[in-house]
Design a protein around this ligand. Structure first.
Ligand code: 13P
Ligand code: ZN
Length: 269
């Protein structure tokens, strides 16, 4: 089946390629650092979703009961973002979750094995669908400045980290309205990391993995990139001030609170 004829899917894959290029150019994607998953089920016909598998079913570590029959584009394990940006279907694949949620198969276009962080991605998608949230994208990347903050104990506090980054520029409060969740260090790719991440999603759309990287979930991949990019800008302002020898003043609590009604934002805690 020629998926090139599906213009909606092709546009989405083009967007993934575009963002993969940004991740590389921003210096957030050393070697194979980072991974992307996008739920593309609604963009495909039933016939496309039923394409024959390119591999035997691969068991999932636990049943993803909400994901039966859903199709995801997922970047490949060991694949470099700079090459995902050039050839997304040679460095990623479409996977279909079995109806019982216990396994997946690769259905297109090549048998590229999905990211080692698939447990976190799928558990997040499973949770988001269960809660009826429209988020269908998960982006994980390794921004130098944001990871740097997680090496500093006082910033491993969600409230402190959120308020510090929010207070550097008004846009941060507006673009990351639900603040930042923090997951203490866990082994990359593990179910422990996946479970701890999902626990943060009740209150946040962006989660920091201590000494590892950042995750953002949203309705749109560009939106996820923008959230991380804005946090990175705030971190750079913070570090620039510290390097110039002063503690940045930051916006006041009152100034931050005034943004809530002005932009129709959610309150934080
Ligand atoms: P993958 O190459 O398996 O996607 O791993 C990259 C990564 O960032 C792990 O956290
Ligand atoms: Zn990573």
């Amino acid at each position: 089946m020629n998926l090139q004829n599906n213009t909606c899917l092709t546009a989405e894959i083009d967007r993934i390629a575009e963002v993969a290029g940004y991740l590389w150019h921003r210096g957030w994607a050393e070697r194979n650092g980072g991974n992307i998953s996008v739920n593309v089920t609604a963009l495909m016909s039933e016939e496309e979703r039923s394409m024959p598998p390119l591999c035997a079913p691969v068991p999932l570590p636990e049943a993803m009961t909400m994901l039966g029959g859903q199709v995801f584009y997922v970047t490949g394990t060991g694949c470099r973002m700079r090459y995902v940006s050039q050839e997304p279907f040679s460095h990623g694949s479409l996977i279909r979750i079995a109806e019982d949620g216990n396994s997946y198969v690769i259905i297109a276009e090549k048998p590229v094995a999905p990211t080692s962080e698939l447990p976190s991605h799928l558990l997040m998608h499973n949770y988001l669908l269960e809660k009826g949230r429209k988020n269908r994208v998960v982006l994980h990347t390794h921004p130098t400045d944001l990871i740097g903050l997680t090496h500093c104990q006082p910033f491993l506090d969600s409230d402190k980290l959120t308020r510090t980054l929010w207070s550097m520029i008004p846009e941060c409060r507006i673009i990351v309205p639900r603040g930042i969740g923090i997951v203490p260090y866990e082994i990359p790719g593990s179910m422990a990391l996946a479970r701890a991440t999902v626990r943060q999603l009740a209150e946040h759309d962006v989660v920091f993995w201590e000494k590892h990287g950042i995750l953002a979930t949203g309705e749109d991949l560009i939106e996820c990139f923008d959230a991380i990019d804005t946090l990175s800008k705030s971190a750079q302002i913070y570090f620039s001030a510290r390097m110039a020898g002063y503690e940045p003043e930051g916006m006041t609590a009152g100034q931050l609170d005034d943004l809530v009604p002005a932009f129709g934002l959610e309150k934080f805690q």
